[in-house]
Design a protein around this ligand. Structure first.
Ligand code: HSE
Length: 338
C-alpha cells in the first residue's frame, strides 16, 4: 500500500513510530507492507519518493527538505498536488482541525478523492462539516473513506457503532470525548493550576493546535457531530449545539465538588434531536467518575442491547496513530481478494 501523508504533527508522527517499531510484525501478521511515498508539511517542505521513505529516517530528520533532496526525493510538490497526484493508493489527512472552515484539509480531501485515492482522516473538520459531500464523492470515485481517529483517537468508537452494533438502533451517545480537558480536570484535582496543566497537555501532544477548541468544548462538540452523522444519519452544526467548556472552572469549584463527594467531567451528549457539551458534577460512584487523565468513554444507548460503554484512550500520539493504522488495515483487508 502506497501512502501519502498530509501533515507531520503528533498524529502522523505517532503513525510513523508504529510503522518504525512494528513494521515487521504488521507484515508477518497481516501481509500489510505500507510504503510512505509522499509527505506534505506546512513549514518543512514536501517530499515525494515513489520507492518509499524509511519511517525511522522521516522521524529523525532535522531538515526534511535538504535531507530528502540529498536522498533523491522530489521536493517541488505542494500538499494539494501530493493529495491529488502523488503515486499513492491512500492519502492520510492529519493536519490541524479547523471546525469553522475545515480548510485546508477539505481541499486536500477533495483532491485525494478526485485523484482516485482512498482517504483516511484524523482531521475532524472535513467530516464534521462536509461528510455528505465527501461520502458522495468517494462513492462516485470508487474509493474508501475512513475516519476512526477523529473520535476517541484509536479507541474504536466509530467501528463499534457502525459495524459491531449494526442492527441495533442507537438512541443516544453520551460520555467524555475530549482527552485534553479530562486530563486537565484530573490534574487540577491534584492541585495543578489550569495554565500549568494546559501547557503540559500541549507539550504532551494531547491538545489541538489551537487548544481553545479543547477547553471551550468545541473539539468534543465536533466529535458529537461526527457521532450523530454516523450513528443516527443526522447532520448537526456547531451553532445548533449548546457548548460550554471548562475555562470557567476554578480549583475552588473542583474542591467544592470534592467536598460533596462529586467530580467535574466535561460531558458530551448527542441524540437524533441534537447535542450538547457541558461540565457536569457527577457523584464519585458514577461510572464516568473513574475515567481519568486522557482516557475517554462513550455510552451508546441501544434498543436491543441496552447500554454499551466503551472506555479507552481519547488522545495521544501513538493512540491516534493507531486510529490511522486501524483504518489502513481495514482498507488493506477490503482490497484483498476473499
Ligand atoms: N485534542 C483532542 C483531545 C485530541 O484532547 O481529545 C484527540 O481528538
Amino acid at each position: 500500500m502506497n501512502i501519502a501523508l498530509i501533515g507531520l504533527g503528533a498524529v502522523n508522527r505517532g503513525f510513523l513510530e508504529i510503522l518504525r517499531d512494528k513494521g515487521e510484525s504488521l507484515k508477518a501478521q497481516y501481509g500489510f507492507a505500507p510504503r510512505i511515498v509522499a509527505i506534505a508539511t506546512r513549514t518543512r517542505g514536501c517530499l515525494v519518493a515513489p520507492d518509499g521513505m524509511d519511517p525511522a529516517w522521516l522521524l529523525a530528520a532535522q531538515d526534511l527538505r535538504s535531507e530528502g533532496a540529498a536522498r533523491g526525493c522530489e521536493t517541488g510538490w505542494d500538499a494539494l498536488r501530493i493529495a491529488r497526484s502523488a503515486p499513492a493508493d491512500v492519502v492520510v489527512e492529519a493536519t490541524p482541525t479547523d471546525l469553522t472552515s475545515a480548510q485546508p484539509a477539505l481541499d486536500h480531501c477533495r483532491a485525494a478523492i478526485a485523484g482516485g485515492k482512498h482517504l483516511v482522516l484524523a482531521n475532524k473538520g472535513p467530516i464534521a462539516l462536509a461528510y455528505d459531500e465527501l461520502r458522495r464523492a468517494a462513492a462516485q470515485a470508487g474509493v474508501l473513506l475512513r475516519f476512526e481517529a477523529t473520535v476517541m483517537a484509536g479507541t474504536p468508537s466509530l467501528r463499534l457503532g457502525m459495524q459491531a452494533l449494526a442492527g441495533c438502533a442507537i438512541r443516544s451517545a453520551r460520555g467524555i470525548l475530549n482527552g485534553t480537558t479530562n486530563y486537565m480536570l484530573t490534574q487540577m484535582e491534584n492541585g495543578v493550576s489550569y495554565d500549568a496543566v494546559l501547557a503540559e497537555a500541549q507539550r504532551l501532544g494531547y491538545a489541538e493546535a489551537d487548544p481553545t477548541a479543547d477547553v471551550d468544548g468545541w473539539d468534543a462538540a465536533g466529535k458529537a457531530i461526527i457521532l450523530a452523522a454516523v450513528l443516527f444519519n443526522v447532520r448537526l452544526t456547531l451553532d445548533q449545539m449548546q457548548v460550554t467548556g471548562i475555562r470557567a472552572l476554578t480549583l475552588q469549584d473542583i474542591e467544592s465538588a470534592r467536598a460533596a463527594g462529586e467530580r467535574w467531567k466535561l460531558i458530551a451528549e448527542v441524540t437524533p434531536e441534537g447535542g450538547k457539551v457541558a461540565p457536569v458534577r457527577i457523584a464519585l460512584s458514577h461510572p464516568l467518575a473513574g475515567v481519568a487523565g486522557t482516557t475517554n468513554a462513550v455510552t451508546f444507548n441501544t434498543d436491543l442491547m441496552g447500554d454499551i460503554t466503551l472506555i479507552g484512550a481519547g488522545a495521544g500520539r501513538l493512540q491516534t496513530g493507531f486510529g490511522i493504522l486501524s483504518d489502513l488495515l481495514d482498507i488493506h483487508h477490503s482490497r484483498m481478494p476473499i
